[in-house]
Design a protein around this ligand. Structure first.
Ligand SMILES: NC(=O)c1ccc[n+]([C@@H]2O[C@H](COP(=O)([O-])OP(=O)(O)OC[C@H]3O[C@@H](n4cnc5c(N)ncnc54)[C@H](OP(=O)(O)O)[C@@H]3O)[C@@H](O)[C@H]2O)c1
Length: 255
């Protein structure tokens, strides 16, 4: 295991780790994204909650407010139908409210249709690529000026074990996560030494969420860690203790 990985998995974040930072989380209404948003706010961040189901985002908003965290912002967006202009509009709103952005957690994704490539449905494949690959690409591109405006900024791309080693029947989902690794590596290489932005990928590993339960319906959900148990990694990569970490494909769980 790499040193970074050990440090990250055993990380104990100071309470004020993200004080003064503004962080955007995609898929913030459920699963890992929901817990990451709440955790970032608990460590001082102003969190921009994006996702497609407004009621879920509102619940997260209320939870953060009730816990006394900095007032979050909600920006509903369905990555399936969003176009260039929608991402630019989001960037404009962040610009006028905050003037900069200190971090992005690309977390939203869909599992899509599992099964052999040969019998996969073209429309389903395209839709999954739209949500899992094109959306993080478009969002990153439109947010770059705001990330550059920060003292330093962290982009976390969410990967998967099947984004590092292909596996039968994981279809478009596996291909989309390989693409995410490629996007992360390319960006990290471009930005190395020429900017204050770092970019890494994080594979949460099997985690007790709706997506995992959908992929493994016969598994006992509580056999897997909860999103809360992964948060040391999400905090480490978002906070200033990971300033030197760039271009790495990391795992939130020990293998
Ligand atoms: N759980 C695991 O075992 C596991 C393992 C490896 C990797 N991952 C990765 O970890 C990340 C989080 O997964 P999770 O398990 O927390 O999944 P989840 O519980 O299904 O949550 C996914 C989130 O993405 C949002 N989302 C889905 N489609 C969207 C769209 N078209 N536009 C905008 N938002 C959309 C969902 O919004 P709604 O709430 O509105 O549906 C939801 O908030 C994903 O990138 C996943 O691939 C998870």
């Amino acid at each position: 295991m790499s040193n970074v990985q050990t440090t990250m998995q055993n990380y104990q974040a100071p309470e004020s780790l993200l004080q003064g930072k503004t962080i955007l989380v995609t898929g913030a209404g459920d699963g890992i994204g929901r817990v990451a948003a709440i955790t970032y706010a608990a460590h001082g961040a102003t969190v921009i909650l994006t996702g497609r189901t407004v009621e879920k985002l509102e619940k997260v908003y209320d939870e953060i407010e009730q816990a006394g965290g900095p007032q979050p912002a909600i920006y509903p967006i369905d990555f399936n139908g969003a176009i260039d202009d929608d991402y630019q509009q989001l960037a404009n709103i962040i610009d006028s409210n905050f003037g900069q952005l200190d971090g992005v957690l690309h977390n939203a994704a869909q599992l899509g249709q599992m099964g052999p490539i040969e019998s996969s449905h073209t429309g389903t494949w395209m839709q999954l690529m739209q949500v899992n690959v094109n959306a993080p690409y478009l969002l990153t591109r439109h947010l770059m000026p705001l990330l550059r405006a920060a003292d330093n900024a962290s982009i976390i791309f969410t990967s998967s074990s099947v984004g590092r080693q292909g596996r039968a029947y994981w279809g478009a989902y596996a291909a989309s996560k390989f693409a995410i690794e490629g996007l992360m590596q390319t960006l990290a290489d471009e930005l190395e030494n020429v900017s204050n932005i770092r970019s890494n990928s994080l594979n949460p590993g099997a985690t007790n969420t709706a997506m995992r339960r959908l992929a493994y319906p016969s598994e006992r959900p509580t056999n897997n860690p909860s999103p809360e148990q992964l948060m040391p990694c999400y905090l480490y990569l978002m906070g200033n203790d990971s300033l030197a970490v760039n271009g790495q494909a990391l795992d939130a769980q020990k293998k």
